[in-house]
Design a protein around this ligand. Structure first.
Ligand code: HEC
Length: 249
């Protein structure tokens, strides 16, 4: 009798222990899932996909971003300055649908590094801000190893007197790899006549007829936003983008 009772009690004990273990671990799992970072949803509100516009006229654009963690761009929870638009010339419009499908194409690491540092407080892609534009920098320095070394050093150690008397502060927090990627991106891409960059959830862009205008020419317009991840896990940042095609007429 006593043996049976002991056995029964042991049985109850084991069931209770197992049950609480399962509950605790599933709650634990839920907690971890709760900290997961979700990708932002980026939408180009205007212009509409496949619209045609006259060359050289300003085309108004508007982008909306929603992110489960960061909030809504409409309510200024997402800074307009963190939203970007890239307009790329495509000589052959028949390739447009292939471009549209590349929705998850990632951004060059150098450009991501520039966006996530403080560079854009002082530099614009085109047009002078506090410092020279990336366009002007890449026009001045051909893409050689020597120039990469010089510019990298100037970013990390600061610079003055090259472009005027305003000083660029030091960036000692950046690694050599990060500054190399940034400078490489600037020298390789910033003066590309086929791509222009815009910052902000709204504004205007212009499509210029390329040198040899083709009937089939189109522009790939990509809006993007990289979120801030979950607190304490900044490396989990996710990028969202929306791509449309615009035609020149
Ligand atoms: C506080 C403003 C400020 C910030 C932030 C800043 N820059 Fe600059 N940058 C300048 C100014 C001003 C100059 C021109 C300095 C000069 O005349 O020597 C400059 C010059 C440069 C040059 C050209 C240097 C040369 O020798 O010709 C590069 C490349 C550059 N910046 C890249 C960057 C990058 C990349 C970042 C972000 C990591 C950055 N800058 C952040 C203000 C800034």
């Amino acid at each position: 009798m006593l043996k049976k009772l002991t056995f029964f009690l042991m049985y109850v004990f084991v069931v209770v222990v197992l049950y609480s273990f399962v509950t605790v671990s599933s709650n634990f799992e839920k907690n971890i899932k709760g900290q997961e970072n979700h990708p932002p949803v980026v939408k180009i509100i205007t212009p509409a996909n496949n619209n045609s516009y006259a060359w050289n006229t300003p085309i108004p654009y508007k982008i909306k971003v929603s992110d489960p963690e960061d909030g809504e761009s409409e309510f200024q929870e997402i800074s307009s300055n963190d939203v970007f638009l890239q307009v790329k010339y495509l000589a052959d419009a028949t390739k447009a649908s292939a471009e549209l499908k590349q929705g998850d194409k990632s951004e060059p690491t150098g450009l991501t590094a520039i966006k996530s540092s403080n560079c854009l407080n002082c530099h614009a892609f085109t047009g002078k801000l506090i410092g020279p534009s990336f366009y002007d920098i890449s026009k001045r320095y051909p893409n050689t190893k020597l120039n990469l070394d010089i510019l990298e050093k100037h970013i990390r150690e600061g610079s003055s007197g090259v472009w005027g008397n305003v000083t660029m502060p030091t960036h000692t927090e950046l690694t050599k790899e990060e500054t190399r990627e940034m400078v490489t991106w600037i020298l390789e891409n910033a003066a590309d006549p086929n791509v222009s960059y815009f910052r902000g959830t709204e504004g205007y862009f212009t499509i210029k007829p390329p040198v040899e205008t083709q009937q089939q020419a189109a522009f790939v317009v990509t809006a993007s936003y990289t979120d801030h991840g979950v607190k304490d896990k900044p490396k989990q940042n996710q990028r969202g983008q929306d791509v449309i095609i615009i035609h020149g007429k």
